[in-house]
Write a protein that binds this ligand. Structure first.
Ligand code: ADP
Length: 520
């Protein structure tokens, strides 16, 4: 801390010198003079903290000088030194604004002690004033309404509170707290009073937080979040209340709730409509597909008979056209079959007939079914079954459909001479199938959508093999019907692909599926 500035005014040079030396020694910044006039000059120029004034000076009365100094600098600590002190002159000095007095002969230790004391007190008062000022600024400027009540009298209220209740600080300050109760909506008043009773009853600090409706500015009803806290202070228990206007928030919340309810009702209604429409669509598709299958079988059967020469020889040109009819018929039939299966699943009509499946048999069927294709395209088919894995439970026909579809794709999308494989293993208690290939692969960004209906990947400049884009979607449905999961991985174009699916063991029907699970 900077040393305090002490001004000594005494016409006795001895005293002046002695006091100066002593206070310098004590670390004070000492200014000394023998006349009042010079003393006033020093006061003008120097940041004096304490003035020691002899009551009798040659040019001016010491008390008179003190008045002038205080007028100039109210914060200067003024101490009068009296010669022949009587009690009267001492009281007079104190009355006249002196902060202390000393009588000659001066007891120097007392004087140092007193001056240090006064300086300390002054510093503390300054600190207190500043902190009080800071507190006022913070609470006065707060957007939260703040009120402090002592013995049921309002002793502090900030602007935000006044704005909230449509009143002024002059009106509220020193008023009775009870008078504010009328502002609370009668429906909420009892809750508030009950809360206050609890707060009043507790000798220790306690608090409550509630939302009330109050009559605010323009006597309109406002929602407020009110926080009340009882606080132990010197005078007893004080009540601190902080309030925030939450009307907008509550109105918005209510609107939102309303909207949500409306929306939920609408969604429910729309869902029911959609479900009904979807059921109608599936039934329609099932019927139409069924009707289409019969003529398709004739088209395929008769074109095959023509190709095989059962009805006589045909020319090369005729063979080419009939081949086209046959291929298109096959394509249309598989499309119809897949649509029929899908519509059955969607209509909830597909049932799961679970039985024990022998893996070796299943793999043998795969090999047999694709023998011709693999031979034709010189594709090497590798099948591996993990050691000890022989049987698993599933709807064999449906698992076959998934495997055949994956194998068919793997061969279809792999260049001649490539490799295709099936792996079966047990992972986390489930049977996991992997159908992999060394084929054209799939870009990361395309991988997700493959399982959506009618999604096929276009390769610019490459003739994409014939397909419907329904196989993987249908496979996903079949796997999910078993409670399993289907996914695929590929490092990208020409990096091959691997398609996976799991079948939980023991088998669980998919939770959301309405299909029945039967053991046979
Ligand atoms: P489809 O093969 O009849 O078009 P799928 O649903 O079985 O229908 O397959 C969807 C698409 O996924 C295919 O069109 C193809 O683009 C891609 N795909 C499927 N399997 C493979 C695979 N093994 N390698 C590369 N692409 C594949």
């Amino acid at each position: 801390m900077e040393p305090a500035h002490l001004l000594i005014i005494d016409d006795e040079p001895n005293i002046l010198e002695t006091l100066s030396d002593i206070f310098k020694e004590e670390g004070f910044n000492v200014h000394a003079t023998t006349t009042g006039r010079k003393g006033l000059e020093i006061i003008q120029k120097e940041p004096i903290n304490v003035a020691l004034i002899d009551i009798r000076l040659p040019d001016i009365d010491g008390m008179e000088l003190l008045q002038q100094i205080k007028k100039e600098r109210p914060n200067v600590i003024g101490i009068i030194i009296t010669g022949n002190a009587t009690l009267q002159s001492a009281i007079g000095a104190l009355k006249d604004n002196a902060d202390g007095y000393f009588q000659k002969p001066i007891k120097i230790e007392d004087m140092i002690f007193k001056i240090n004391n006064l300086l300390e007190k002054q510093a503390l008062e300054k600190e207190l004033r500043e902190s009080e000022q800071r507190f006022r600024i913070i609470t006065d400027q707060s957007l939260m309404g703040i009120l402090f009540v002592q013995e049921d009298t309002i002793v502090y209220v900030n602007h935000a509170f006044c704005d909230l209740v449509g009143s002024t600080q002059d009106d509220l300050l020193h008023g009775k707290f009870e008078d504010l109760l009328g502002l609370i909506d009668p429906a909420d008043r009892k809750v508030f009073l009950d809360q206050k009773k609890v707060l009043d009853a507790k000798s220790k600090e306690s608090h409550s937080l509630n939302t009330y409706q109050i009559y605010g500015s323009n006597s309109e009803l406002h929602w407020v979040d009110a926080y009340a806290r009882s606080i132990e202070i010197k005078e007893g228990i004080g009540l601190y209340i902080a309030m925030v206007d939450v009307t907008q928030k509550i109105v918005a919340e209510k609107k939102l709730k309303h909207l949500n309810r409306d929306l939920e009702a609408k969604i429910k209604e729309r869902t029911q409509e959609l479900e009904a429409a979807n059921r109608a669509k599936s039934i329609f598709l099932a019927n139409v597909s069924h009707e289409l299958r019969t003529p398709m079988n004739s088209i395929i059967g008769f074109s095959e008979a023509l190709l095989k020469g059962y009805v006589g020889d045909i020319t090369d040109e005729q063979e080419e056209y009939i081949n086209d009819i046959y291929d298109s018929g096959q394509h249309l039939l598989s499309l119809i079959n897949e649509i029929l299966d899908l519509s059955k699943i969607e209509a909830g009509k597909l049932e799961l007939h679970a039985n024990q499946v022998l893996l070796v048999d299943l793999m043998e069927q795969c090999r047999k079914l694709f023998k011709e294709k693999t031979l034709k395209h010189q594709i090497h088919l590798v099948i591996t079954i993990a050691d000890g894995l022989e049987l698993f439970t599933a709807d064999e026909r449906k698992i076959k459909q998934v495997l055949f579809n994956m194998l068919d794709n793997a061969i279809k999308y792999t260049q001649d001479g490539g490799k295709v494989g099936i792996e079966v293993e047990k992972v986390d208690g489930m049977v996991q199938f992997t159908v992999w290939d060394t084929g054209i692969g799939i870009k990361k960004e395309d991988q997700e959508r493959l399982f959506q209906p009618f999604e096929r990947i276009e390769f610019p400049g490459v003739r994409v093999p014939q397909g419907t884009g329904l196989g993987l979607h249908y496979s996903k449905k079949l796997v999910e019907l078993h409670g399993g999961r289907i996914w695929m991985e590929s490092e990208g174009i020409n990096k091959g692909s691997a398609f996976y699916f799991t079948i939980p063991q023991p088998l669980q029907a998919h939770a959301s599926s309405s299909n029945t699970l039967e053991s046979s």
